[in-house]
Design a protein around this ligand. Structure first.
Ligand code: 0RQ
Length: 501
């Protein structure tokens, strides 16, 4: 049976090329999609082909691209390769898009993921021309059943002048009932408290709404989400996870956490995924998650019975896990809820629920400033994503990383972070395979001693201590957060010059 049962909308089914023809040079285009799930799969390649044809004919063609978060090669990748994206926001992780941004061809606006929708409807980014949104089905009354992500789709459908829908049969029809789309957001000063008191509480609707008048085209597809595999957890990830889990036990013993913990948030990346897998082997029971993405590790926790429920905005699964989930989707009903990213990452909810946030990092400095996004201060990797939404507002936050990168050439603990996403005021606990530094209640120099002793790799520990000691000695009237300004970024400069920090 067709997934499009609305008599008004059914006649608008066209080919992807016909749908893409509704997108013009200079348009602001916003798509569904969040960390490789629920993004449109046919219109973007058709748009890229059109852009290439225009370029070959000597004409300009580029659009602004707004999404929920990262998408996939057949959206970010193919449009970046076609040179068809003038400006991109918010989180991305595609290698070709990253290249276009780092080459200076595409402007990139790296907002917090909870801010992106509201800043769009505040009007901060200008008028939205087109929304391209993938859904699992269109109901007879025109309501839309989302698929494997919700992201910013609600806002894009509300704001866009024109809407293109992709109806993808790869998403199980049984997705109906897995979503909670909150329609109560208002601009200040009309804002009301968000009545989300428990992680699985429903505060919205199971469906997305769209004004049928705005729907200019519908495309039918049957294409899987991108679904990248995770690296198997190596010894370092296991060690990081073990330190973190031991610390959680300690916090329970001293009565700073309940035995079933508080709702967990786990970020993107291999290390964060490994931490979740490690929790599956632990003694914890009755865990809950209030998070952004559901990775394989979190699904393992549900399957093992340790995790009773997950509220998120999207799946980010490997291909095998996605197929297994789709085949057994009914068994997860009531245990998984997908919200708008505005709500999954909402500061008010994160603060009220007391989330325990675990996110990856690129580097941290001795005082606890964390860089989540840039290599050597200049090249973006992915973006801040939701790490700031969660870390700043969490009950307890962790930043995790190997103590070294690139085969030992780089120390992840440096005198001064080459880019700062999370300041020393936000950071609570740093974890590397070397150990864990609990920074709560410590002054800057005490934090520095603890980070160097617990988290830095032995290859770099003495040099970090030497830097700190000399910075203290050289600043007789500046001993609160002492630095040697001319030397603070010298480790990064040395890496550029010699390939070694
Ligand atoms: O690059 O694969 O080319 O070698 O960075 O590093 O160690 O595989 O770590 O997969 O956990 O990702 C911060 C990127 C960590 C991720 C980051 C290089 C390293 C490798 C990845 P290669 P690992 P992970 C909510 C939370 C921001 C968004 C976020 C991230 C690559 O966690 O994007 O937290 N976070 N969102 O070699 C140079 C260093 C390095 C380094 C690592 N010090 N210097 N390169 N790398 N450390 C979810 C969402 O927001 C959607």
């Amino acid at each position: 049976m067709s997934r499009i049962t609305c008599p008004t909308l059914r006649p608008r089914v066209v080919t992807a090329a016909e749908a893409a023809a509704h997108i013009r040079n200079g348009d602001r285009v916003a798509t569904s999609g969040f960390t490789g799930s629920g993004y449109p799969k046919l219109v973007p390649p058709a748009l890229a082909a059109h852009a290439k044809a225009e370029h070959a004919a000597g004409r300009d063609f580029a659009v602004e691209l707004w999404t929920g978060a990262s998408t996939a090669p057949e959206l970010d990748g193919i449009l970046a390769e076609a040179g068809a994206v003038s400006r991109r926001l918010p989180f991305q992780s595609d290698p070709r898009m990253r290249q276009a941004i780092n080459d200076g061809q595409t402007e990139y606006i790296d907002t917090h993921l909870s801010h992106s929708a509201q800043q769009a409807w505040f009007g901060f980014y200008g008028n939205l021309d087109v929304a391209v949104v993938e859904v699992a089905a269109i109901l007879p009354n025109g309501l839309l059943v989302p698929g494997s992500s919700v992201g910013n789709s609600k806002t894009w459908l509300d704001l866009a002048d024109r809407v293109i829908l992709e109806v993808n049969e790869w998403h199980p029809r049984a997705y109906e009932g897995f979503h909670d789309v909150y329609y109560g957001t208002r601009r200040p000063p009309e804002r009301l408290p968000i009545q989300l008191l428990e992680s699985m509480q429903r505060i919205g609707d199971p469906y997305l709404r769209v004004d049928p008048e705005k729907v200019v085209a519908i495309v039918e597809t049957n294409h899987p989400d991108r679904n990248l595999p995770f690296k198997p957890a190596d010894a370092d990830s296991q060690a990081i996870a073990a330190h973190l889990v031991d610390f959680l036990r300690h916090e329970i013993r001293v009565d700073r956490l309940p035995p079933s913990l508080l709702p967990l948030q786990s970020g993107v990346g291999n290390v964060a995924n490994a931490v979740m897998a490690n929790l599956a082997d632990s003694e914890f029971e009755g865990l809950r998650a209030y998070t952004e993405v559901i990775q394989d590790g979190m699904l393992d926790l549900i399957d093992s019975g340790k995790l009773t429920s997950v509220s998120a905005t999207a799946f980010s699964l490997s291909a095998e896990r996605a197929e297994a989930f789709n085949a057994n989707i009914e068994s997860y009903k009531g245990r998984i809820l997908l919200r708008t990213q505005e709500m999954s990452n909402h500061p008010e909810a994160v603060r009220r629920l007391g989330v325990v946030a675990i996110n990856g990092m690129v580097e941290a400095d001795i005082y606890g400033n964390v860089n989540s996004t840039h290599v050597m201060g200049s090249s973006i990797i992915n973006g801040i994503g939701g790490s700031g939404d969660f870390a700043r507002n969490a009950y307890l936050n962790f930043f995790v990383s190997n103590s070294r990168a690139k085969g030992g050439a780089i120390s992840s603990i440096v005198p001064f972070a080459s880019h700062i996403d999370h300041t020393e005021h936000d950071t609570q606990v740093l974890v590397t395979e070397q150990g864990l530094a609990d920074l709560r209640g410590l002054s800057p120099v005490a934090r520095a001693r603890r980070i160097i002793a617990s988290c830095a790799h032995p290859d770099f520990r003495d040099r970090l201590t030497d830097y700190l000691d000399r910075a203290i000695a050289a600043n007789p009237h500046g001993r609160h957060t002492p630095h040697l300004l001319a030397e603070a970024l010298s480790w990064h400069e040395r890496f550029h010059a010699t390939g070694q920090m």
